[in-house]
Design a protein around this ligand. Structure first.
Ligand SMILES: [Zn+2]
Length: 120
């Protein structure tokens, strides 16, 4: 499994979880996630769902280990909200859970700002 595919899916999945949690959803069915992603993101529109599901296995394992997600009885749950933060150094958009170290996932820089900036 190429690291780039895992890192890319990690980003898109965090984006998906962030948007869903903002819409009030905090529980996700594992088996539905690949088709949800394919339906929502142009990047995965023509993806092989079997392959996407395999990559997702790695991504989900890592997210559970980092306490971004938890396994419920038959679904994955978000224990808290994700924050959308932009790196002050490389401008990468990060989605971070409370349990995670507040550092850029791409360059490890520690200065992150809310993205987009606070609303007036
Ligand atoms: Zn960065």
């Amino acid at each position: 499994m190429p690291d780039t595919a895992i890192r890319e899916l990690d980003w898109y999945l965090r984006d998906h979880l962030f948007r869903q949690s903002n819409a009030g959803k905090a529980a996700f069915r594992r088996e539905s996630l690949p088709s949800e992603m394919a339906g929502l993101y142009l990047r995965y529109r023509n993806a092989d769902l079997q392959q996407l599901s395999e990559t997702m296995t790695y991504v989900l394992e890592a997210l559970v280990a980092k306490k971004v997600l938890e396994w419920g009885s038959n679904e994955l749950t978000l224990p808290g909200r994700l924050a959308r933060l932009q790196c002050a150094k490389c401008f990468y958009i990060n989605y971070l859970a409370d349990a995670e170290q507040r550092a850029c996932l791409r360059c490890q820089h520690g200065e992150l700002h809310d993205f987009p900036g606070k609303k007036a």
